[in-house]
Write a protein that binds this ligand. Sequence first.
Ligand code: CP
Length: 301
Amino acid sequence: GHHLLSIRDLTTKDIKSIFSLTSDMEKIVRDRRCIDFLHGKIMATIFFQPSTRTRLSFESAMFRLGGSVLTFGNPEATRAGTKCGETLADTARVINNYADLVVIRHPLVGSANSFAQYADVPVINGGDGEGPGSEHPTQALIDLYTISKVFGQINGITMLIVGGMQIRVGHSLLLAIARFFHVRILIHCPDSLWLSKDEEAELRMLGLNYHRVESMEEALLEADVIYHNGWKESTPEPIPDEYQITAAKLTRVPKHAIVMDALPRTGAISPDVDTTPYACYFKQASNGVPIRMALLAHLLG
Ligand code: CP
């Protein structure tokens, strides 16, 4: 298919091609240049949930490639917003004719899939919902690319994932690792925010090497990557101390360890981590532009 709705839509060949293209795109971003590779192409970003990174980095990526961007100020300003309630299917049928590619973010799981059913142009899932089946595939690509840049490879690393596992990026990340890489995964997550039985069964079937840990303490000694997956998207509540990353907790991590978070940090990462050599989350966010340039080039080029 020509959509990116789930990590399942990608093959090993796609990942290799996107990561290799990303290195070229990084040079363009570094020089703050624009090229005309996608001149004449239009990308629509339709976001029914707040976003800073995903939307703006997609739009920046499209401009860097010489393309154009269509968007709306807020969902209420469209017919698809809650006030009028035009269906996603009808919205897809019309936007089709206005843009050559659509990036959608939506609070309901499966929305990107429903939209894509009625769209002839490529559709990218910019994050759909929370809980079983939710995904944020482009964020997982950013995260894995960041790891590959820092360590020169992804295979063989140990990754400690902390926080709620209902959050969409965690699903895409685990699926991507299960399908494409050999990573040892330790997860510190409360039972109340754990994966669904179906998700766990799929990850087991794919051979994901993961273990749940009762506390972060010992896992931190051997973690190359400490990845915070957030807590709850829909109901903002303070993250218990036990699930926060602070500078004090990082005193015995490997020297080369990195702390990652898709952001916003929402209390997951204490600000005192920012000035440690382990902080990698702003670098991670900056990789959003070259990864999304590569993805746009891959789907439209
Ligand atoms: N990481 C991420 O998806 O951030 P936004 O919600 O700001 O897009």
